[in-house]
Design a protein around this ligand. Structure first.
Ligand SMILES: [Zn+2]
Length: 303
């Protein structure tokens, strides 16, 4: 039976926010069992914002939390890293409004935490087990959650050339997060750069933290994976679903989704308590989940 975990000792890093361009120091501190992930704005008298669905604010090119007018932006890569390595409880101190983008992936956060190490706590980890399917559609965008025995994600994207169609599927129970997802970096189209800067976005973007996609290829290659784009979308999705406040037991399927669709699924789930249950028992699988699993083909992540 898995137990909750926190970080063994405080670690810190610094960087700039992708959208604000603001310099920021970040510290990850141990927290008691049952705390969850709590952001603390030390530039605002230690004001705390819990990383949970009810604090989701505006969501467009990144996911932001807001509580009593206090904003905390671009939480997805950090929260994704925490889910991926099984860090349940931590205080994340920041002295500005946006999480640093670092290299554009979740890898630096994974390395920070693994440097300090994880410490098992006395409380059994509570999971959110999907009991009934839930599907969200918006035009040609789609996202859904289905009952299953582990946590798996299947994602399909369809962007303009040269990215085109990519799909990726991963079983997170198989400890693949660190090698297959964490290093996948965020990306942007060079031809959209000016419009985004005019909107006050991507002020902190550089060739060191974003894969720059031109009409014909990648400006600042090489890529870390041939399908790095769709892998990054999976990384983002895991970070956004972290706002459920618990590790998920279920199968997530997304097609051309983005932060807005990801958080729409979080909201739908949190609103309808009949779609899921809390459990500490990961061995017991609902009859329906077992039946669905038998139909689901085994998959091997594509390279
Ligand atoms: Zn991202």
């Amino acid at each position: 039976m898995p137990f909750e975990q926190t970080i063994r000792a405080a670690v810190s890093c610094e960087g700039v926010g992708l959208h604000s361009g603001a310099p920021v120091h970040l510290r990850i501190l141990p927290a008691p069992a049952g705390t969850g992930i709590v952001f603390r704005r030390i530039d605002l008298d230690g004001f705390e914002i819990e990383a949970v669905g009810r604090n989701v604010a505006r969501v467009s090119y990144a996911t932001s939390l807001q509580k009593k007018g206090v904003l905390l932006s671009t939480t997805e890569h950090l929260l994704s890293a925490f889910i991926g390595i099984g860090l349940d409880n931590a205080i994340v101190e920041l002295d500005n409004l946006e999480v640093p983008i670092l290299d554009g992936s979740a890898k630096p956060f994974v390395e920070l935490v693994t440097q300090a190490g994880l410490k098992q706590q006395r409380k059994k980890r509570t999971y959110l087990r999907i009991l009934r399917e839930v599907e969200v559609r918006e035009g040609n965008k789609f996202i859904a959650a289905y009952p299953a025995s582990g946590y798996s994600v299947s994602y399909k994207i369809n962007f303009a050339a040269p990215i085109g169609e990519q799909s990726f599927e991963i079983d997170l129970a198989r400890d693949l997060y660190q090698t297959e997802l964490a290093p996948a970096r965020t990306f942007g189209f060079l031809r959209e750069e000016k419009a985004m800067r005019d909107m006050g976005l991507i002020r902190g973007a550089s060739e060191q933290n974003v894969i720059v996609v031109t009409d014909t290829g990648v400006k600042n290659g090489p890529l870390r994976f041939r399908d790095e784009f769709v892998r990054h979308k999976v990384l983002d999705l895991i970070g956004d679903l972290a706002l459920l406040g618990k590790q998920v037991i279920g199968r997530i399927v997304a097609d051309r989704a983005g932060h807005a669709m990801h958080t729409a699924l979080v909201t739908r789930l949190l609103r309808d308590r009949s779609l899921w249950e809390e459990t500490t028992d990961i061995s017991r699988t609902g009859e329906r989940a077992a039946a669905m699993e038998m139909r689901a083909p085994e998959f091997i992540p594509s390279r």
